[in-house]
Design a binder for this molecule. Structure first.
Ligand code: B12
Length: 491
C-alpha cells in the first residue's frame, strides 16, 4: 500500500521555506507501520505531479494545506489527480478551520482529515488494505450521495512521545535551508504542539483545543544530531506555538543542547511573562540568538478583548533583557482589529516605539475562519463580505488586506503603519553581533532568487510582479504619507 503526500504550490510567492513537518511526521509513522510513502513538495521545486503519480502509482493521495496560501495549488493538483481514480484527502491547519461544505463545493477532493494526521492516516491505509469504508473513520469529513458534507466523530489526540523519529530522508533537507540571523543553513523544527492560552484571534482553540503536548526530548535530540551532522544544519527555528510552557522546560532543553556538544544557533516563540532574565541568559549561553514574542496590541482594552493574558508591565522589561543579552527580539502586533479605534492604534505604536525590540512587525487583522474573534465579528454584523466560496478564502492576506477592514481606522492609515515598520525592519542594518547586516533583506532576496530558479516562466513573472508590487507599496506608504506618520508618531 502506497501513499503519495503533496505540499502544493504556494501562491504566497515571497514566503519563507519550511520543512513540511506535518507530512514528514505522518510519512515517518506510516513507514514505521510498513507502508510505502513519498512526499512531493511543490512549494520548493518544480514537479510534474502527474508523472510522479504514474511512476509511483499510489493507492491514496494526501494534500497538505497549512494556510489559505495553499488553496490555489491544492485545487490545481486535486483537479489533475482526481481523474486517476484514487481517493484524494486534504489535511493541515486550513482544513481544521474551514467550512467543509465550501471545500467540497469548490474542489475535487474526496475527504477532509482534521487535526493530527498520523492516526487517521494509519487507519486510512489499513481500511483501504482491507477494502473497508473510509467514511467510518473518526476525524474526517466526506460528501454524502447528495453532495452534502458529513463530519464524523472527533478524533482523540495521540501521545507525541510514541511517534517515531522524523525521517528526514523523506525530503531533500537542503532545499529548505535558509539564511537568517547569522545562520547559513537554518531549518524549522518542532518540539511541542498547541498552547494552553485562549487568545480569541488564534486557530489554536480549534486545532489543539487549548492543549499543550510535548514530543520526547530524546527523539528531538537524535533528530537534531542528524540535522547538524548529516545535513550541516547550523540554525534551528522552533515553530512551536509556545516553545516552553514553564521555566523547567528551558533548563531541560538547554542542558540537553549543552550536553550534546552540537553547534548551532536557535530561536523560538514564547509569551511574555514565562521566562525571566536567568532563563534568557541560560538560553543565550546555549546558542539561542532570537526570540519571537506575540504582543498583539498596546491597548489594554484590546488585549482584554482578545484574552491575550500577558502581564503588561513585563513587556518592556522583557525586551530590555533581550537587548542586554544580545538576543534578537521580535515583537509581533496585529492592527485593524474588530472595532479598534485610532486611539488604540496610537497606544500600540507608542508601545512599539518604547520597547527595545530588534524588529516590530505589524500584521493586519483578517477574518480567520472558525476563530472566536471572527465569529463574533460576523455575529456583530461587521463582516460585509463573508466567505461563501473556496476562492474567497484566498483573499485572507495579512499584508495586502483584501478582506473587510473591521476597525474604525482608515485602511490607508493601517497600511502606512504596517509598511513603516516593515520597511524599517527590512532595511535595518544591525541585527546584532552574531547576525549579518541587513539580515532580513538578505533573507528575502535569497528566498526570491531561489524561488525564481525553479518557478515556471509564468509564475516567475508573477512572483517578480508581486515582489515589486509589495516593495512599491511599502515604499510609497513609508515615503509619501508624512501626515499619517506624524499623526501616529511612527519611529
Ligand atoms: C512553519 C509554519 C509556517 C511556514 C510554512 C509551513 C509549511 N510548510 O507549509 C511559513 C513560515 C512559510 C508560514 C507562513 C505562514 N503561516 Co504559518 N505556520 C507555521 C507553523 C509555525 C508550524 C507548522 C508546522 O510545521 N507544525 C508542526 C507540524 C507537525 O504540524 P502541522 O503542520 O499542523 O501538521 C499536522 C496536522 O496539521 C496534520 N496535517 C498536516 N498536513 C496534512 C496533510 C494531510 C493530507 C493530512 C491528512 C493531515 C495533515 O497532521 C500533521 C501531523 O500531526 C504553524 C503554527 C504551528 N505551530 O502549527 C503556523 C500556521 C500554520 N501558519 C499560519 C499562518 C496564518 C501563516 C501565514 C498566512 C502568516 C503570514 N504571515 O502571512 C503565512 C502563510 C504563507 C504560507 N506560505 O503558507 C497559521 C494558520 C492559520 C489558518 N487559519 O490557516 C498557523 C496555524 C499559525 C497560527 N497559530 O496562526 N507558516
Amino acid at each position: 500500500m502506497k501513499a503519495l503526500f503533496i505540499m502544493p504550490y504556494n501562491c504566497d510567492l515571497i514566503h519563507a521555506v519550511s520543512l513540511p513537518l506535518g507530512l514528514i511526521s505522518i510519512g515517518s509513522y506510516l513507514k514505521e507501520n510498513g507502508y510505502e510513502v513519498r512526499i512531493c513538495d511543490m512549494s520548493v521545486s518544480h514537479i510534474n505531479i502527474e508523472k510522479v503519480f504514474d511512476e509511483f502509482r499510489p493507492d491514496v493521495v494526501g494534500i497538505s494545506l497549512s494556510s489559505v496560501k495553499h488553496i490555489e495549488g491544492a485545487m490545481d493538483v486535486s483537479k489533475k489527480l482526481h481523474k486517476k481514480g484514487v481517493p484524494i484527502v486534504w489535511g493541515g491547519t486550513f482544513c481544521d478551520v474551514c467550512d467543509p461544505q465550501i471545500v467540497f463545493d469548490g474542489a475535487e477532493v474526496d475527504y477532509l482529515s482534521f487535526c493530527e494526521g498520523e492516526a487517521t492516516w494509519l487507519e486510512i491505509m489499513q481500511t483501504l488494505e482491507n477494502g473497508g469504508d473510509l467514511r467510518r473513520l473518526k476525524g474526517i469529513a466526506y460528501r454524502d450521495d447528495n453532495g452534502k458534507a458529513v463530519v464524523t466523530a472527533q478524533r482523540e489526540f495521540i501521545d507525541l512521545t510514541k511517534l517515531p523519529l522524523l525521517d528526514y530522508t523523506l525530503v531533500d533537507v537542503k532545499a529548505y535551508s535558509q539564511y537568517l540571523y547569522g545562520c547559513k543553513n537554518l531549518v524549522y523544527v518542532y518540539l511541542s504542539k498547541g498552547c494552553p492560552s485562549k487568545c480569541t484571534f488564534c486557530v489554536n482553540q480549534v486545532t489543539h483545543r487549548c492543549t499543550y503536548r510535548r514530543r520526547a526530548l530524546e527523539h528531538f535530540m537524535k533528530e537534531t544530531e542528524i540535522l547538524v551532522k548529516e545535513y550541516g544544519v547550523d540554525g534551528l527555528y522552533f515553530c512551536d506555538e509556545l516553545c516552553f510552557k514553564n521555566k523547567e522546560q528551558v533548563y531541560e532543553v538547554c542542558d540537553a543542547f549543552e550536553k550534546s556538544g552540537l553547534e548551532f544557533f536557535w530561536g523560538f516563540q514564547t509569551r511574555i511573562g514565562i521566562l525571566g532574565e536567568e532563563e534568557f541568559r541560560r538560553c543565550y549561553e546555549c546558542g539561542c540568538r532570537w526570540v519571537d514574542f506575540g504582543i498583539e496590541s498596546g491597548s489594554k482594552e484590546q488585549l482584554a478583548i482578545m484574552k491575550k493574558g500577558i502581564p503588561y508591565d513585563k513587556i518592556e522589561p522583557t525586551f530590555e533583557i533581550c537587548d542586554k543579552l544580545g538576543i534578537i527580539s521580535l515583537a509581533n502586533f496585529i492592527v485593524g482589529l474588530p472595532g479598534e479605534t485610532e486611539e488604540q492604534l496610537m497606544e500600540t505604536v507608542n508601545l512599539a516605539n518604547r520597547i527595545r525590540a530588534t524588529q516590530c512587525s505589524f500584521l493586519q487583522y483578517c477574518i480567520s475562519p472558525n476563530t472566536v474573534m471572527s465569529q463574533k465579528a460576523i455575529e456583530d454584523g461587521l463582516v460585509k463580505n463573508p466567505v461563501r466560496k473556496l476562492k474567497d478564502y484566498r483573499k485572507i492576506d495579512f499584508f495586502l488586506s483584501r478582506t473587510d477592514n473591521l476597525s474604525e481606522i482608515r485602511q490607508k492609515e493601517l497600511n502606512v503603519v504596517q509598511s513603516y515598520y516593515l520597511w524599517n525592519a527590512v532595511f535595518k542594518k544591525d541585527y546584532g553581533k552574531d547576525a549579518k547586516n541587513y539580515d532580513l533583506l538578505f533573507k528575502h532576496v535569497t528566498t526570491l532568487l531561489r524561488r525564481l530558479s525553479y518557478l515556471s516562466f509564468a509564475n516567475g513573472v508573477r512572483c517578480l510582479f508581486e515582489f515589486g508590487y509589495l516593495g512599491l507599496r511599502f515604499f510609497t506608504d513609508t515615503h509619501f504619507h508624512p501626515g499619517i506618520i506624524k499623526k501616529y508618531n511612527l519611529k
